[in-house]
Ligand binder design. Structure first.
Ligand code: ATP
Ligand code: PRP
Ligand code: MG
Length: 288
């Protein structure tokens, strides 16, 4: 049986369950359920705090889990101090970055100026590691959440926190300084050194199938044969585009996958070239 950890709360919870459901796995009906068994796939899902997921997976209690990259790195034991979990694949949601911020009126405008200051964070391990790498000595103030308020309340001179849209920072009168400490997103994790069992390989293929279906669309168009070289260079597809003859002499039909974000640029380019009947359709599922 495969045992999978899924975030039970927070921003990663819903998209993680959605991606698993799209991958054909049964998910819990109520947010209060702690676990659910999917008999069709002989898989049990455990709903846990994202901060704890890598710990369970590292211990080998669960085969794989979904958590944030920042959470994995925060909970990873120091070198040689017990088993750890490793990233298997990024899942394309829950993107955020981990950044320094200071009050807009503060004198601290560069990371170097953080030396000797108090920095509040809910990710003390990540922050300490980064400060050490940069050779910066500063006091780390560990908080549980709502870190942005720490400066106003006088317990810190700066914060290091998760930023997505920046709305929370702005609302707290803070602004970003320096480069991102880390770029994070939801990831699949497994125990370091563990051999991949077939059920995990299948889960990975299914998740990748969902990612591809989300990131790509199917493009069809008709093209005069003399333009085929140039048109297929715009739409090279994965292995290569399908080209089939049309009943009208001198024309071919072309079919290729393209990145969803490129859709309109590619359609414009093909139209300019002389392609016609350009159609875009969604991909519902895939194995690539
Ligand atoms: N806008 C966002 N806000 C918070 N976390 C985000 C955001 N976008 C992505 N994440 C990711 O979600 C994970 C944090 O999850 P969550 O906020 O549920 O945990 P927590 O902050 O420890 O718990 P809680 O917020 O319930 O106290 C991290 O991996 C983080 O990078
Ligand atoms: O850049 P934004 O789009 O504003 O998102 C980032 C905010 O969201 C998270 O808070 P969360 O809701 O998880 O609360 P917490 O700080 O208590 O963890 C994070 O800690 C930031 O505060
Ligand atoms: Mg949070």
């Amino acid at each position: 049986m495969l045992r999978v950890a899924v975030p039970n709360k927070g921003v990663l919870s819903e998209p993680a369950a959605e991606m698993l459901a799209e991958s054909g796995y049964r998910q819990r009906r109520s947010a209060k359920d702690l676990a659910v068994y999917d008999p069709d796939n002989d898989t049990e899902f455990f709903y846990l705090r994202p901060r704890d997921i890598a710990v369970y997976v590292a211990a080998g209690t669960l085969d794989v889990g979904i958590t944030g990259r920042d959470m994995l790195l925060e909970t990873a034991p120091a070198d040689g101090e017990g088993p750890s979990a490793v990233e298997v694949m990024p899942l394309g949601f829950g993107r955020s970055s981990f950044r320094f911020a200071t009050p807009v009126e503060s004198d601290i405008q560069e990371v170097e100026q953080l030396a000797g200051k108090r920095i509040a964070t809910a990710y003390p391990v990540l922050l300490r590691r980064y400060l050490d790498e940069q050779g910066l000595k500063a006091d780390v103030v560990k908080l549980d959440g709502a870190v942005e308020t720490a400066c106003r309340l006088g317990v810190a001179d700066a914060v290091c926190d998760v930023v997505e849209t920046g709305t929370t920072l702005r609302a707290a009168g803070l602004h970003i300084i320096g480069e991102p400490v880390l770029s994070s997103e939801a990831i699949l994790v497994r125990r370091q050194g563990s051999e991949e069992i077939p059920a995990v390989a299948q889960l990975r293929r299914r998740l990748r199938g969902v990612l591809v279906a989300r990131q790509y669309v199917m493009l069809d168009y008709d093209c005069p044969n003399e333009l085929l070289e140039r048109a297929t260079a715009v739409t090279p597809g994965i292995e290569g585009p399908t080209v089939s003859p049309l009943r009208t002499p001198g024309w071919s039909a072309v079919r290729a996958m393209i990145a969803r974000t490129e859709t309109n640029r590619v359609m414009d380019e093909l139209w300019e070239l002389g392609a016609r009947a350009i159609l875009v359709t969604s991909i519902h599922a895939s194995r690539i």
